[in-house]
Design a protein around this ligand. Structure first.
Ligand code: ADP
Ligand code: GLC
Length: 483
């Protein structure tokens, strides 16, 4: 098979810069695709942590004026990943997150910042880097959404284009007045181009103009084509439904390996599950929970946002914590949720332990030490934490939406009897649903042999990138046949 070259355009990449699962996906796919004969180079904005991580930097191209300042494109490596980095200090050299100011507001020039990413991606797609002319430009989320648009409206031969939706809630809409400044032609401002409800829609542009559209689970691929799930883009997606594909995410099994994980107090395997009790002990100590080996510990590792449904966990706390159960929460995000969980840890000392912020090691310890992981999301394109949980013998309790529906096998009576179950699902996503799932989990927990079987099923389930990588490789190849 002909080797392929893919330019992956992404605003995050683990372990260099991460706010969520996009980084994990963008960081893992290049390695997985290498086994499929696909060479991936990732184009990233030059945020300070990115610039600090680079090795073997080679300048490729100067931009004397890229949306308001001088910039350059460099090639480099970081953590064995091949990168192109857009070193544009006027756009990216600043504190705060990739998208937000230190006080939590969108950077006011986000249109320029991410148009620059798309512009440079399109230049690479049109052979600006002679040593790496991609067959495919693969754009992730709205931040990369203008790459397919610049390629579409360009005069030069172009590669195939793929637009992936990791979360349709973030669409990147900006005032129409930016059109000229962003170098988009006037004719692009139509419903067939970048126009979206009177604005320039970055994600909309990518979805309209890319050759193929993917999202990160088959169920979410269906949900986003409905008015309830499409957040305004469902009509467009329905009109392109033959080009929309749902490809489940995986997790990186080198980073998430319970048999060798250095963040754990004790490593373990499916046949040494009893060693998890040492992780539970370490977790309880770390979060100020009572040192009770028999307590059922529920874990949460999550962004704190409306999407993740954690207000439901707050509301069910009395029944969750009945019988001496505990909650171990690691989360970062909305202040009000943080305050509520902090207050809960005061009301239930020794039973609710929280850490607010981003902590990679604690995320691993929760997965390896908690008995169950709560993921009550209102919507979830794929979700990675339930996959990590399964792989680490922590039983996921999830809402039946998006990728959660596609990855967890509910422990109904038949699935338990036949030994297929890997967790608990509930629907609809409300208090009654969650309370019922927690009750079912507690009942099964008292039957330790069945519980252990569920843990083991999860641990041996295929959650890596091998299968999804094959699907992406197939998709790239099918896309090229048509371009
Ligand atoms: P999303 O991308 O919507 O936040 P995912 O489940 O796809 O949700 O991915 C979340 C990723 O971020 C996982 O790798 C998870 O372990 C990690 N994560 C989430 N919150 C934290 C946190 N507070 N500290 C460390 N890692 C976190
Ligand atoms: C988004 C989604 C999450 C998904 C991740 C990676 O952040 O919220 O469900 O797993 O992207 O695709």
């Amino acid at each position: 098979m002909k080797p392929l070259r893919v330019l992956s355009v992404t605003s995050e990449l683990f372990p260099v810069i991460k706010t969520g699962g996009l980084a994990d996906v963008a960081g893992a796919l290049p390695f997985a695709l290498a086994h499929e004969g696909v060479r991936v180079v990732s184009l990233l904005p030059g945020y300070p942590p990115v610039m600090r991580a680079l090795e073997r930097i080679e300048a490729l191209r100067e931009y004397p004026d890229l949306f308001g300042g001088a910039a350059r494109l460099v090639a480099a490596t970081a953590h064995r990943l091949e990168l192109f980095v857009l070193d544009a200090p006027h756009l990216f050299e600043r504190p705060g997150s990739p998208y937000l100011t230190p006080d939590g507001r969108d950077w006011p020039d986000n249109a320029r910042r991410f148009a620059a990413l798309g512009r440079v991606a399109a230049d690479i797609g049109q052979a600006a880097v002679p040593g790496f002319v991609p067959d495919i430009v693969h754009a992730h989320d709205w931040q990369a959404g203008l790459a397919p648009a610049y390629l579409h409206y360009g005069d030069l031969p172009r590669p195939g284009t793929v637009m992936t939706i990791h979360n349709i809630a973030f669409q990147g809409g900006f005032p129409a007045g930016f059109l000229h400044e962003l170098g988009l032609p006037p004719e692009s401002f139509t419903v067939e181009g970048v126009e979206y409800y009177g604005q320039i829609g970055f994600l909309k542009a990518g979805l309209r103009l890319a050759d193929r559209i993917t999202t990160v689970s088959p169920t979410y691929a269906k949900e986003i084509q409905t008015p309830e799930g499409g957040m305004g883009l469902d009509g467009l997606l329905r009109s392109r439904s033959k080009d929309v594909f749902g490809i489940l995410n995986g997790i990186d099994e080198h980073i998430w390996d319970p048999a060798s994980d250095k963040s754990l107090a004790a490593t373990f395997a499916p046949d040494t599950l009893e060693r998890r009790s040492l992780n539970k002990k370490a977790l309880q100590a770390r979060l100020g929970l009572d040192a009770n080996p028999d307590a059922l510990v529920f874990g949460v590792v999550s962004r704190l946002s409306e999407q993740k449904g954690l207000d439901l966990v707050l509301a069910v706390l009395p029944s969750l914590l009945a019988d001496g159960a505990q909650l171990a929460l690691l989360g970062a995000g909305e202040r009000t949720l943080e305050d509520s969980f902090r207050a809960a840890s005061v009301v239930y000392p020794g039973q609710v332990g929280c850490l607010f912020g981003y902590d990679e090691e604690l995320a691993h310890l929760i997965q390896g030490g908690a008995d169950a992981l709560l993921v009550p999301s209102r919507f979830e394109p794929c979700g990675l934490t339930q996959l990590c949980a399964m792989h680490y013998g922590s039983v996921p309790i999830v809402s039946r939406v998006g990728g959660l529906a596609d990855t967890v096998i509910d422990a109904n009576e038949m699935a338990v009897a036949s030994g297929a179950a890997t967790g608990f699902q509930f629907s609809p996503v409300n208090l009654t649903g969650l309370i019922d799932a927690i009750a079912r989990a507690k009942a099964l927990w008292s039957d330790r042999a069945s519980w252990r079987r569920i843990q083991q099923n999860g641990m041996v389930a295929e959650v890596g990138w091998r299968r999804p990588a094959k699907r992406y490789a197939q998709l790239y190849r099918s896309c090229l046949e048509e371009v």
